[in-house]
Design a protein around this ligand. Structure first.
Ligand code: GDP
Ligand code: MN
Length: 358
């Protein structure tokens, strides 16, 4: 049934673990977008997540790439996984720069951002990646059969034993988006992203419920009455975003008409290329506008590291129980720095507070 874009590994050596897992599983997959040359980093991340979580569950691993995975990558990752592995090739139409992007304008934007030393400002492939992760990962055929995904990146580490199956928490508690870290985005990467968001809000007010969403988390001056008539570049967006290299999501949220319309409006602006919009603010703003606040979950108990930041449970008791290997008091701990948006997350109410002022 799968098209030629998608192939399940056909190694002669069968490393796949077919024995039924001891624990009941959700309909979910671990998901990694990765390049062949990142094999070692991918294996490090896999080993860590297998040890801390998946060895008890054997969830499937799904790997995506814009070029075919090589045999060495397939063999080594399949050997490392305790669950089944599949490998998907992303169609060019979901990855490459679309034809509506003006070549000359794009080149000059790249150069300008390179000169301004914006992080990945001069990179073409990084832009493809961010647009793919914003609007296309959930459309890959290889994910059709799943309800939930857990995004994993190369070279990350999970510091503690998982005290629960996060997929199960998502389903039983009706959560649609889960994160561990939240920080401020570089403004230079998204000068006009909020303008596009305002256009979406204006065009589709019926998709947004300000009474229940997490609008107050992403805005400092959360009075919606001001959004509509006055267009102010990035004036309302406080740059807070969930760090999407760790992300557990309900695929039905991304597949929803609301999210697709949102992405369509953003994509039509060309900001993934003329600027360098990241999938983290794109996902975050969508979750904050379109979901109920209680549909977003902060997984507080899962220690995690992706350069240059980490997060580590503050409770010593919990660190012992979960065999954590991390120190919450070092400066890489994002939660205690001014970059973090976590206190804002805790403080942001249920939205009702802001409605009073309209
Ligand atoms: P950073 O975390 O923002 O510094 O960016 P990364 O280099 O880690 O990229 C984010 C994710 O996208 C990682 O999982 C990468 O492996 C993946 N990625 C980035 N660029 C490409 C690419 O050109 N092709 C593929 N297949 N994966 C990519
Ligand atoms: Mn990364």
């Amino acid at each position: 049934k799968l098209s030629s874009n998608t192939y399940v590994n056909d190694l002669t050596i069968d490393y796949s673990r077919d024995e039924p897992s001891k624990k009941p599983r959700e309909n979910a997959t671990l998901l990694m977008l990765v390049r062949n040359r990142e094999l070692e980093g991918a294996l490090q991340s896999m080993r860590s997540l297998e040890d801390r979580f998946n060895r008890k569950y054997h969830y499937d691993w799904t790997f995506l790439n814009d070029v075919p995975f090589d045999q060495a990558f397939i063999e080594a990752t399949t050997a490392m996984a305790s669950g089944k592995t599949s490998y998907g090739l992303i169609p060019s139409s979901d990855w490459d720069r679309p034809s509506n992007i003006n070549e000359t304008e794009f080149e000059s934007c790249l150069q300008l951002m390179e000169e301004k030393k914006v992080l990945y400002g001069g990179s073409r492939s990084y832009r493809n990646m961010c647009r793919f992760n914003s609007g296309f990962f959930f459309r890959q055929e290889i994910l059709d059969k799943y309800d939930y995904y857990f995004r994993v990146e190369p070279d990350v580490e999970y510091f503690c034993d998982f005290p629960y199956d996060p997929f199960k928490v998502m389903r039983t508690q009706g959560k649609k988006y889960g994160f561990v870290m939240s920080l401020h985005e570089y403004e230079d990467t998204i000068p006009t992203l909020w303008d596009a968001v305002e256009e979406f809000i204006t065009d589709y007010p019926e998709l947004i419920d300000m009474e229940t969403n997490a609008f107050s988390f992403i805005t400092d001056d959360g009075v919606i009455g001001r959004v509509m008539p006055i267009i102010q570049s990035n004036s309302m967006y406080n740059l807070c975003h969930f760090w999407s290299n760790f992300e557990i999501g309900d695929l039905s949220f991304f597949r929803s008409d609301a999210y697709l319309k949102y992405f369509e409006v953003l994509d039509s602006k060309g900001g993934f290329y003329y600027e360098r919009w990241g999938d983290a603010p794109v996902h975050t703003i969508a979750a904050a506008l379109l979901l109920r606040k209680e549909e977003i979950i902060h997984f507080d108990e899962l220690g995690y590291h992706h350069l240059p930041f980490m997060t580590c449970p503050t409770s010593r008791n919990l660190r012992l129980q979960q065999r954590c290997i991390c120190d919450p008091d070092i400066e890489e701990n994002i939660d205690i720095t001014s970059y973090s948006c976590l206190t804002r997350w805790w403080k942001s109410g249920d939205g009702k507070h802001f409605m009073k002022h309209i």
